[in-house]
Design a protein around this ligand. Structure first.
Ligand code: HEC
Length: 131
């Protein structure tokens, strides 16, 4: 019985720890991606914008499932999971907007896509952090 309790405790710890990893990995990828995109726009380096955009897309895909997002919302904010999920969906759309405009050499529109991604980051963080 005791052993079972210990095993249960270990299993819980591992699952909580790996869930934590998903969020940290996702945020870290998106942070790196956004930094690259910003640097790319400032220095007129298209390759940097493209590689940053890939990182944001990859990071966002790890943290766009409603069930995953819900685990990270504070208890009194669980009812806002749809708004948080929409922020992730908005990032996905914005990344496409950014990339398509880059292909068209419509750099102002591409930069607007970047700004909107930043707004979407803030939208979800405002829920999580009670800003
Ligand atoms: C759907 C919700 C959501 C979206 C969208 C979102 N984040 Fe986060 N972010 C979180 C949560 C939850 C945390 C952890 C709690 C906290 O730091 O307040 C977090 C934390 C972070 C952290 C701190 C990481 C750490 O290990 O403490 C960074 C950096 C970050 N986010 C970057 C970004 C960037 C960049 C974007 C946009 C490209 C973004 N996030 C979009 C939910 C989100």
């Amino acid at each position: 019985m005791k052993l079972l309790n210990i095993l249960t405790a270990i299993a819980l710890t591992i699952s909580v720890a790996s869930a934590q990893d998903v969020m940290q990995k996702s945020m870290s990828l998106m942070e790196q991606g956004m930094t690259q995109i910003q640097k790319g726009f400032l220095n007129n380096n298209l390759e940097l914008i493209r590689s940053g955009s890939k990182l944001v897309k990859e990071g966002n895909s790890l943290f766009s499932d409603k069930k995953v997002i819900a685990q990270y919302l504070p208890k009194d904010k669980k009812h806002m999971v749809n708004v948080a999920e929409n922020a992730a969906k908005r990032i996905e759309l914005d990344v496409n907007v950014l990339e398509l405009n880059l292909d068209d050499k419509a750099y102002i529109n591409a930069a607007n896509g970047y700004s909107d991604i930043l707004n979407a980051c803030a939208r979800c963080h405002s829920i999580v952090r009670s800003w």
